[in-house]
Design a protein around this ligand. Structure first.
Ligand code: CP
Ligand code: NVA
Length: 330
């Protein structure tokens, strides 16, 4: 077992769990968590990951069920939530076709109030953030955002775990995100604000991050010592960074703009020359799916600094920890 995993097996989350109960809570965006709660989820994920690797396979959510509703395509989210739910001992009810959950035009009220008679938590990937907010308002069970047009908090938790595994800490590190001011940009600003990181975004003027989210993150940042800066060049963002991240230039729902976007993002590709501006021991991350040759070159994504597959695996551990906490089982 790698040294980091052995160390994580010794993490004691029991005290934090007594002080910060997340039972019954929703996660619609990372800023729903306090810095201490965010830390608790990441610690719990590290601990559960290490325990699992050591053969400790508990089923703390036995007898419970989780609805997993996917209104956009998915590889990582679907598999990691389904397998994570199974590993907790609970039953995953996956609805990812055109004939389930919200597809027949039932109101959010009726759908949610019926679903919660069957399941113990709702995980949903959809378009509008307002839809997950409305589901959460109706639901008396935890609701987890599995990606909207605005946020991807579960990816943020997995990325925090990954950074900590590779760098030993989060606080004080410089996180550079290059590309579209999209749901991932919003999520990384929130992650940085909660973890006390120095976040530097490099986005073209045509695709800047949401100013309201930026303002909320700037307000949250002083509590942890975080800083957040936005630049209009990739180079300014990446200079000296410990972690370099990017995401697709064409998110789900933006496909019609693909050709236009290729022009608008010229100069924002993460290539070896850009990575050379980061710290020598910087890591490269991408939530995936990647569009190789667009936002990142093969050389970088397949290179020695890339940790993309650890990052993908950590979706499983981070979400399993989150579900066990909000379902009151950790
Ligand atoms: N990163 C991520 O959410 O991947 P999927 O779209 O495959 O779920
Ligand atoms: N920004 C991307 C993230 C995919 C995980 C999208 O929304 O499609």
């Amino acid at each position: 077992m790698p040294d980091q995993l052995k160390k994580n097996a010794d993490i004691d989350v029991s005290i934090a769990q007594n002080f910060h109960t997340l039972a019954g809570r929703d996660l619609l965006r990372l800023l729903d968590l306090t810095p201490a709660e965010f830390q608790l989820v990441v610690d719990t994920a590290a601990k559960q990951k290490a325990d699992w690797a050591q053969g400790i396979h508990e089923a703390p959510c036995a007898g419970q069920s989780v609805a997993i509703i996917l209104e956009k395509p998915s590889l990582r989210t679907r598999n990691s939530f389904e397998v994570g739910t199974y590993r907790l001992g609970a039953h995953p009810v996956v609805m990812d076709d055109d004939h389930s959950a919200f597809s027949r035009g039932e109101t959010v009220q009726d759908t949610t109030l019926v679903l919660e008679r069957f399941v113990d938590a709702i995980v949903i990937r959809t378009f509008e953030q307002t839809k997950v907010e409305e589901i959460a308002e109706w639901a008396s069970i935890p609701v987890v955002n599995a990606l909207t047009d605005d946020f991807h908090p579960c990816q943020g938790l997995a990325d925090a775990l990954t950074i900590r595994e590779h760098k030993g800490k989060l606080e004080g590190l410089t996180l550079a995100y290059v590309g579209d001011g999209n749901n991932m940009a919003n999520t990384y600003m929130e992650l940085g604000a909660l973890a006390g990181m120095h976040v530097k975004l490099g986005c073209p003027e045509t695709h800047m991050p949401d100013p309201d989210v930026l303002a909320e993150c700037l307000e949250a940042a002083p509590a942890t010592g975080a800083t957040i800066e936005v630049f209009n060049t990739a180079q300014e963002a990446v200079a000296g960074a410990d972690v370099v991240l990017t995401d697709t230039w064409t998110s789900m729902g933006d496909e019609a703009e693909h050709d236009q976007r290729l022009k608008e993002f010229e100069g924002f590709q993460v290539d070896s020359a850009l990575m050379a501006l980061a710290a020598d021991d910087a890591i490269f991350m991408h939530c995936l799916p990647a569009h190789r040759g667009e936002e990142v070159t093969d050389e970088v994504i397949d290179g020695a600094q890339s940790v993309i597959y650890d990052e993908a695996e950590n979706r499983l551990h981070a979400q399993k920890a989150l579900l066990s906490l909000v379902m009151g089982a950790a």
